[in-house]
Ligand binder design. Structure first.
Ligand SMILES: N[C@@H](CCC(=O)N[C@@H](CS)C(=O)NCC(=O)O)C(=O)O
Length: 416
C-alpha cells in the first residue's frame, strides 16, 4: 500500500493565483478599508477632505467619521496612523496633532480633531446625513449612546465583579439597551434617524451608535456570554438592516477582531467565566465564529466569492506572511494546504509540525482590515481544520495589554 504523502494535494502558488478574485476596486468600488482615496465619481482635484484614521480600522471614533463620509459620498483622501496599542505613532502625525489622537480631519486645509466636532464641521460644509447633529432629537439620541457606552464599560471593564455585581451591571446595560430599542420602535422604521426612519440609508443619529453597538455585540458575547442580538430584537433588526448596506459592510468588523482589539484599547475586558461565556469564546477563538451574532450569508455564489476574496488577500501578502510566521519559509506548504482546503472544500494534510503556525495566522486575521467578515470566517475555519490534521499545538495566547504583534510597519514596506 502506498502511503499518502503529507501535503501531496496542496495546490501550487500559481494554481492558487488562478483561483483568486481580481483585486477589488478601492477608489470607486464599495466602501473598503484598503483605500487611500475615495472619489464617488468626482475628479481628484475636487477633494477638500483628508481623513486621518488608524491602520487597522480598530478605532471606533474613526469608524463614525468614515461612515459619515461614505454615506454622504464626499470625496476624500485617507492617511493611516498607528494606534499606540499596536505600534509607535508616526512623527509626521504628532507634528500635526500633538496628542496623537484619532480621528483627525483636514477640511479645506483646516485641521479638526474630536469626532463630534469633525461631524459638525462636515455638516456645515456639505449638509447633514439625515437629521443634523444639533437637532434636539439627535442630541437626545447622542446622550443615550453615551449612557449605553458607560453601562457597557462598567460591565465589561470593571475587574473582579462578583456574581451579584455582574447581574447588576448587566441589568443596567439592558435597561439602557431597551431605551435604544424603544427609540427604534417608536420611530417605526429601520433607523434611529428622526427625519427618515424608513429612508434608504441611516442618519447621523444611527452612525453615532454603530461603532460601539458593533463592539458591544462582539465583546459581551466573548467576555460575558451575552447574546445582544437575541436579547434585544429591535437592535438585531437595526443591525440586520445595516448589514444589508454595502457601505456599512465595508467598515464592519467581526467578533474575533473586536474580542482581541478591545482589551488593550479599553485597559482590560473581564470574562465572567460562565459556561455560555466559555462556549462563545471558544467558538470565536477556534475560528468557527458565532452564527447567532454575526452577519449570515446564504447563497452559494456569495460563499464562492468570499473564498476567492480571502485567497486574493492572502496571496497579495504571501511573502510577508511567510516572513512573519514563526515557521518562516517552512510555512509555505501548510499555508498552501489551508488555502487549497478552503477553495476545493476538502481536507489537505499540512506538513508535520505546522499546527501552531497555522493557528498563529488564524488568530491574526483582522476584519475589515484584511478582508470582509465572511471571507475571514471561511479562512479562519480552514486554517483551524488544516491545523487540526497536524495536531493540537497552539501558539502563545494573544497579548491583552498591547498588540505589538500587529505593528503595521512590516506590511507597509510592501504594500497595504
Ligand atoms: N473624544 C475623542 C476620542 C478619540 C479617541 O479616544 N481616540 C483614540 C482611539 S479610539 C486614540 O486616538 N487614542 C490614541 C491611540 O490609540 O494612539 C473623539 O471623539 O474623537
Amino acid at each position: 500500500m502506498t502511503e499518502v504523502q503529507p501535503g501531496a494535494d496542496a495546490l501550487s502558488w500559481s494554481e492558487l493565483d488562478a483561483l483568486a478574485a481580481p483585486a477589488a476596486e478601492r477608489i470607486e468600488g464599495p466602501a473598503n478599508s484598503q483605500a487611500t482615496l475615495r472619489l464617488f465619481g468626482q475628479p481628484e482635484d475636487s477633494i477638500r477632505v483628508t481623513l486621518f484614521r488608524d491602520h487597522h480600522a480598530w478605532c471606533p471614533y474613526c469608524q463614525k467619521v468614515w461612515l459619515w463620509l461614505e454615506f454622504r459620498r464626499i470625496p476624500y483622501r485617507i492617511r493611516k496612523v498607528t494606534m499606540r496599542c499596536y505600534g509607535p505613532k508616526e512623527p509626521w502625525f504628532t507634528a500635526l496633532v500633538p496628542s496623537g489622537m484619532l480621528p483627525a480631519l483636514e477640511l479645506d486645509g483646516r485641521l479638526i480633531t474630536e469626532s463630534d466636532r469633525i461631524l459638525e464641521a462636515l455638516e456645515r460644509s456639505f449638509g447633514p446625513v439625515g437629521a443634523p447633529m444639533a437637532d434636539r432629537r439627535v442630541r437626545r439620541l447622542r446622550d443615550l449612546e453615551r449612557l449605553l457606552f458607560r453601562a457597557w464599560c462598567i460591565w465589561l471593564c470593571t475587574p473582579g465583579l462578583g456574581e451579584r455585581q455582574e447581574r447588576q451591571a448587566r441589568d443596567q446595560f439592558q435597561r439602557v439597551a431597551q431605551q435604544m430599542e424603544q427609540a427604534l420602535i417608536s420611530g417605526g422604521g429601520s433607523w434611529l434617524d428622526p427625519d427618515a426612519p424608513d429612508g434608504p440609508i441611516p442618519g447621523t443619529a444611527d452612525l453615532v451608535f454603530i461603532p460601539y453597538v458593533e463592539r458591544m455585540n462582539a465583546s459581551l458575547a466573548y467576555f460575558k456570554g451575552f447574546a445582544l442580538r437575541e436579547e434585544h430584537p429591535a437592535i438585531d433588526r437595526w443591525l440586520t438592516a445595516l448589514e444589508h448596506l454595502e457601505t456599512y459592510r465595508g467598515t464592519q468588523s467581526d467578533v474575533h477582531t473586536h474580542a482581541h482589539d478591545l482589551p488593550p484599547q479599553m485597559g482590560g475586558c473581564w470574562a465572567d467565566g460562565s459556561q455560555a461565556q466559555q462556549r462563545m469564546a471558544l467558538a470565536v477563538d477556534s475560528g468557527a465564529g458565532l452564527n447567532e451574532l454575526e452577519r449570515r450569508w446564504s447563497s452559494s455564489s456569495e460563499m464562492v466569492s468570499a473564498k476567492a476574496r480571502a485567497l486574493e488577500r492572502v496571496l497579495r501578502h504571501r511573502s510577508i506572511l511567510l516572513a512573519r510566521n514563526p515557521l518562516g519559509d517552512r510555512f509555505d506548504q501548510p499555508l498552501r494546504a489551508a488555502l487549497t482546503a478552503m477553495v476545493l472544500d476538502q481536507p489537505v494534510t499540512p506538513e508535520t509540525g505546522s499546527a501552531s503556525a497555522l493557528r498563529y495566522l488564524r488568530d491574526r486575521i483582522s476584519v475589515p482590515r484584511d478582508m470582509p467578515l465572511e471571507s475571514a470566517r471561511l479562512l479562519r475555519k480552514c486554517l483551524e481544520s488544516t491545523a487540526a490534521l497536524d495536531g493540537d499545538q497552539h501558539p502563545d495566547a494573544l497579548p491583552l495589554e498591547h498588540r505589538f504583534d500587529q505593528d503595521p510597519r512590516p506590511f507597509l514596506t510592501h504594500h497595504s
